[in-house]
Every structure is written in C-alpha cells, then in structure tokens.
Write a protein that binds this ligand. Structure first.
Ligand code: BGC
Length: 742
C-alpha cells in the first residue's frame, strides 16, 4: 500500500516544493566543508572508478557496482557507491552471481500504468534494495523521450511524451530518494539511438528541444529533485553532451537552477578544461576513458589558470551538497548488507506488471479466458520457464537466478556484455495454477507447423512473442525477430481463439493483427511477470495499461524511415578481410541525426501533424469494461484547468484513464499535446469527477529570444479522449497572453 506520507510527497514535488527538507541548509554546509578541503580531496571527489577495474587498489569499502567515489573521512564525507539502475539493482555481466535483486518491469511498462503513485512505490522499492546492498547512488532514472522507435534502450525509457515521461520518472526518482540515497536522471540529453551512440550528433533547434526532450527532463527534475544528472554519450548540436555548455551550464544549471552534480556517462569524457568549463562536475568510471581527464590534468588546468579554482570548488561542492541533502553525512555508513524482504518486493513488481500491461485487441471478448476452458496451449517465448528482460547496464540478476540466459543471436556491440535473460516467472506454470481444471501445455514455437497443429487441437492458443532489446544496439526494424510473424499467422489460421502476448522492448509491427483474437502488450514484465500475465488473462485483474508510445503501422510512417548511422557504423567496423569487428567501433566518424525533421513533434504529435493512422495510437488500451464521459469544463486564464465526469458504463470494475489533449498553435502550426490525465478505478455504474490543473508550459511555445515560454492571447481547442486522436468531448480554452521563465 502507498502510504499517505509518500503520496503527499509526490503532491509536494508536483507543486515544485523541494521534497528533501535537508536541502535548505545543504549549500552553506557544503560550502564550509569545501573550504576545508585540500586540492587533492577536491580532485578525488570529481572522479569515480569502476570498482571492477580498480584491481588491487580497490578499497574494502567499495562495493562492486558501476562506480565508486572515495569520501573525505576527516571531514565526515562518506564514499559514494553507485549502482545501476532504473529496473532494480543491476548486476552487469553477472559478476556477482549470488547477488540477486528484484527485477522491476521495464520503464515503458511503468509508464504504461500512467500512475505516478505506482512509479514512486516502485522507485522506493528498488531504492531500498540498493541501500540494503550498501549503495547510496542509484543511476536511475532514464527520462529520454522514445524519439526513435527502434532505439535499443527504449525499454529503459518511459514515453514519447514529455509530460508523461517527466511525471513517471520524477515520481520514480522521488521514490528512490525517499530511502535517503541519491538518484540520477539520465542521459542528458537526446540519447535517442544506440547506433554510433558516442559519435552521433543530435541536431535540433532550441524551441523544439525545450518543448520535447528537455521538457521531459525539466519536469522529472522538478518532481524528483535528483542529486545528480548523467550526461549522454552523444553530441548535441556539435558538442558532446558531456562538454556542452548550452546543455549543462545554460539550460540545466542556469535556467533550471539544478544544484546537484553532473556526472559523465561511463567512458564519455573527451577533454579536461572544455568539459569542466561547460559544466561537467565528475568524470565517471575513469578507467574507461582514454585518460584520467579530471585527475592530474584537471589539477594542471587549475594551476595554469585554464580552469578557475572556483570552478573546481563548485564541482566538489555539488557532490557534497547532494550527499548532505540525501542525509549521507548524518548517518553512519553500514558495513554489512542488510536483509531484504524479496517476497514483499516481488508483490510490488507484480503490481507494476499488472498495471503496465496493455490490452490492444479483444475481439468478441475473448479475454478474460472463460473459466470453462478445457485446453490451452502456450506457444513460444520460453513461456515454460520465464519472461524476457532487456539487456545492458540495467540488467538485474533476478531473484531465483535467471531462468535462462542466451547469447545474442548475432554479432554486435552488445554481444560482449549482454545476455538475453529470462526472469524466473513462468507464464505456463502461472496459467496452470489459475486454470487447475484445464490442460495447459507448451510447445516451443520453433516449428510453425507443429505449433499450428497444437493450436488446432486446443480451445485457446496463446503465442508468447518476444523482441529482445539491449543497450548498445538498436533494432534494425520493427518486425518481430525470426519467424515469429509466420508462427503467429499459422497459429491464428489454425485457431481463431488465438491470444498474442507481446514481450517487447518497444513498438513492433503486427502484420497478423487482423487474424488473431486478442493482443496483450506485456513489455518486459519483471520478477513476477508470469503471474501478472496469468492474472490478467484469467480476469482476476482487469488490464489497465495505456500505451506510452505510438505503435506505427510501418516504418515508412516514421520521421526517419531508416535509422541514421547504420552505413557509417558498418563501414567503420569492417576489418581488412571485410568481417565485422566491433572492437573497431571507435573508428566510427561523427554523423548527424537530424531531429529538426520532427522537431518537438515526437510520436503521436508527428502522426497527428502528418495525418497518419498508426497501428495503435499513443494512450490506447482496452479493459474489460467501458466508460462514458460528460460535463467537460475547461477554465482558461492564468491557472488553466479542466474537468470531466467519468462513468463506468460496463458490468465489471475497471480503470479509466481520461486523457486531455490541447491543440496549440506553435510557430505557425497546430500541435497536439497531452496536457493531463488521471487514472481512476471505477465500479460498475460508478461516476466520478476528474479535475486537472494544466501546466501552462504545455500551452506555450518556447522563445529563445525572451528567453522563456510564451502564451499568446487567444483560444485553444481542448479535447478529452481515451487515446491520442480520440474525441469524446471538446471545449475551448480562453488564454490570456503570458510569459514564463525558462
Ligand atoms: C550506461 C549508463 C550506466 C553506466 C554505468 C553506461 O554504459 O549508458 O546508463 O549508468 O554505463 O553502468
């Protein structure tokens, strides 16, 4: 259960009130400590090491994780022990085989709940595990927009919409920090693709940047108040994000008043003075860089006057300030791992999975499955043993140990460190438990003919389709890998009562969508994904997720029908015999990803502007009941708001997620923007009023000349719908002219 205290913390954060009471005196206390530091102590605070790369120099107090920063014991400043990340306490490459943790569903799943209270609870749970394992910095959460639907890390990111993304990740970060540890928002900014991730140059104009990805960060920072921000690998408008004065100094620190520290991503520092002067405060995992830019070279740069001493003071101060705000200086450092209640935490993961699954199709009310069903065949997706998870630095070694770990089926940048890992939560066994009177069998799906034979003989066929994504690689297409499309078509041809469960890291194409009875998007559903799936399929829990991204009907609908950089990477990694050698990735030359094409019109905004019909729209999701809407009221002025009455018009309880979209005139075009929503549980016949305060930035355009947000006097059309493009009712919002600071 969510406690009232936690809920009110979210409310406070949403109002822009600092949630960390200790922060008010943190500046003065940090400044006093920095005044007492030697140069060596300051320099030590502004680099982190990867404990695994420290060899004999690794101190006993370091915990194997992503990073370690030595403290300053004589001043009572503890070491920082950093762990990945957003989906639980990660165990990259399984180096600590006995170190398990609760695997949360993917961030896309968390965002599909549209439920910041759940995101806070999920964050509080993984943060508690991190703290129990002696970490005090979690490198979570990722709030980049899912701008590139093929993006390898899209499962780690929440949404294509800045309000939804910032709200969910902000709540998750506040939850993590409620444990008295530091959370990190990342990857700042425009880390939209993995192809050539450390050389790709994101090109975007400032108004579009401020209204899209940067707004997601801004909202997440306001709501989550993280102690640190991690810069992205890529370049933005010509400069690496880790040495980008505009991003770090101007936007983050000056305009948004960020008082914490900026750490680099691992192996992503390229200079000393330029980076330090641009606002980078800490070189992360320094062994991965070509040299220790912030060690001796920074000392030299300060000595030569290239970097003012005050800048080094500020870098150290920011680290100490966030440590104070998290309470790290006011409690003793524990030397033992603390006990963790994994059963209780698994229940949180299951709740998140249940709220994150999205029912996309349910022909003739095929779901929930009738209790009278006698035979069910589960097909493919290793559903006999577990559920899929995403690869890379967020990889958790799940409780119970992985059910299965497969090597990537192709050579690529991820093959060196990522494994296709299945969490031990078998959907097959969970279905057998929910349907004790039915015969529930499994075929592995490798042979479409055998699978369709089994489907023909069963009352119900459930195909578990899977799409593995990983950090360091993008998907080259949105089609399901291998022969899965063929498999699903064959099974659906043999039995119209076919349910497709998707375990995917993002949007996929579904050429068979018309042929199957039901489609349930389960994403990567985490520690108890199998049990959550069975609960939804059996109707013990009604599906309540809504898509946080658009599912396109084809890649030709995307702003970039082909991924940028594929040819450049391919050319650079060929060795003399023409074979791919991913050790040559450093040879990839810089190339542009031109985000001016869609600008701020990411995802559904692009589809609306171009008049394109997606396969499934943003915000879409069915449940086992229906809702009616009436009495839409929109209030303009300086505190715009909207309200509506929602009624459950069906026969069972369910969750409605009324969504409000404004059609705003921006730089001569009308742009559709999500301006608010509410997730409400309603019993049959129950009616409730939903009231939403609209963030005025969502009705504004960004004007760098002011600089700031500008609302023109006039009217804006406001609609309520169940997804982008849906109109249940429409109203006009009268706005007064207004300017807001950046
Ligand atoms: C990832 C970060 C992660 C870091 C430390 C990098 O490769 O991009 O998200 O926090 O590694 O593991």
């Amino acid at each position: 259960m969510q406690t009232a205290a936690k809920v009110s913390m979210i409310a406070l954060a949403a109002m822009g009130v600092p949630v960390n009471a200790a922060s008010s005196n943190a500046d003065a206390r940090a400044a006093q400590l920095v005044r007492q530091m030697t140069q060596e102590e300051k320099l030590s605070l502004v680099t982190s090491d990867m404990p695994l790369m420290m060899g004999k120099n690794r101190p006993a107090e370091a915990v194997i994780g992503a990073g370690y920063v030595a403290g300053v014991p004589r001043l009572g400043i503890p070491p920082l022990r950093e762990t990945d990340a957003s989906l639980g306490v990660a165990n990259l490459m399984n180096l600590r085989r006995d170190d398990i943790a609760t695997a949360l569903p993917s961030t896309l799943s968390l965002a599909s709940s549209w439920n910041p209270v759940l995101a806070h609870e999920a964050g509080a749970m993984i943060g508690a595990e991190a703290r129990a394992k002696r970490f005090n910095v979690m490198l979570a959460g990722g709030v980049n927009l899912v701008r590139e639907p093929r993006g390898g890390r899209s499962f780690e990111y929440p949404s294509e919409d800045p309000l939804l993304a910032g709200t969910i990740v902000g709540a998750q970060v506040a939850g993590i920090q409620s444990n008295g540890i530091i959370s990190t928002i990342k990857h700042f900014a425009f880390n939209s693709q993995e192809t050539g991730r450390s050389v790709v140059n994101a090109v975007i104009d400032e108004p579009s940047a401020r209204e899209s990805d940067l707004l997601a960060f801004q909202i997440a920072l306001e709501r989550g108040r993280p102690g640190s921000v991690m810069s992205a690998y890529n370049k933005v408008n010509g400069d690496w994000a880790s040495e980008n004065d505009w991003l770090l100094n101007q936007v983050l620190k000056r305009d948004w008043g960020f008082a914490g520290w900026v750490m680099s991503d691992w192996g992503n520092v390229h200079s000393t003075a330029k980076a330090a002067l641009a606002g980078l405060d800490q070189q992360s995992g320094k062994g991965l860089d070509s040299k220790p830019f912030f060690g001796k070279p920074l000392d030299d740069a300060v000595a030569s006057g290239e970097v003012p001493p005050a800048r080094l003071d500020d870098m150290a101060l920011r680290v100490v300030r966030s440590s104070i705000a998290a309470g790290l200086l006011d409690r003793s450092d524990v030397s033992e791992v603390q006990p963790i209640d994994y059963d209780a935490n698994a229940r949180v993961a299951q709740k998140a999975a249940e709220q994150g699954m999205v029912l996309l199709k349910n022909e003739g009310d095929l779901l929930p499955l009738a209790r009278s069903v006698r035979t069910i065949v589960a097909i493919g997706g290793h559903a006999d043993v577990g559920v899929l998870s995403g690869g890379g630095s967020t990889q958790v070694r799940p409780v119970g140990g992985p059910a299965l770990e497969l090597r990537p089926d192709h050579p690529g940048p991820a093959s060196a460190f990522a494994r296709q890992t299945y969490v031990r939560s078998s959907p097959l066994q969970a279905l057998q438990a929910r349907f004790p009177d039915a015969r529930v069998t499994f075929v592995d799906g490798s042979d479409p003919a055998a699978a369709s034979g089994a489907a023909a003989a069963a009352d119900i066929a459930i195909v578990f389709a899977e799409e593995w994504r990983t950090e360091a690689e993008d998907r080259q297409s949105l089609s399901l890998p291998g022969r899965q499309d063929e498999l699903i078509a064959a099974v659906a041809g043999a039995n119209p009562r076919t349910v497709v469960v998707l375990e995917t890291g993002g949007a996929v194409l579904m050429p068979w969508a018309d042929k199957v009875g039901a489609i349930l998007e389960a994403w990567y559903p985490g520690q108890r994904g199998g049990q959550a799936l069975a609960a939804l399929l059996a109707g013990d829990t009604a599906p309540s997720g809504r898509l946080p991204i658009t599912f396109p009907a084809g890649e030709d609908q995307l702003p970039r029908p082909k991924l940028d950089g594929v040819a450049q990477v391919d050319a650079a990694i060929r060795d003399s015999s023409g074979k791919p050698n991913y050790g040559l990735l450093n040879n990839v030359p810089t190339f542009d990803a031109d985000y001016r094409i869609e600008g701020a019109k990411v995802g559904y905004k692009w589809f609306a502007a171009k008049g394109l019909k997606p396969l499934f729209p943003f915000g879409y999701g069915l449940t086992y009941t229906s809702f009616g809407y009436d009495g839409l009221k929109a209030r303009g002025g300086t505190a715009p708001s909207v309200s509506i009455q929602v009624t459950n018009t069906g026969k069972v309880a369910g969750v409605a997620v009324p969504q409000f979209y404004a059609h705003v005139r921006v730089r001569g075009e009308t742009v559709t923007r999500l301006v608010g929503w509410q997730r409400i549980q309603l019993k049959p016949g129950e009616r409730r009023t939903v009231n939403i305060a609209i963030d005025p930035r969502l009705l504004a355009s960004y004007n760098p000349e002011l600089p700031g947000w500008e609302i023109a006097k006039g009217t804006v059309a406001l609609v309520v719908g169940e997804h982008a493009g849906d109109v249940k009712a429409e109203q006009t919002l009268a706005l007064s002219a207004r300017r807001l600071k950046p």
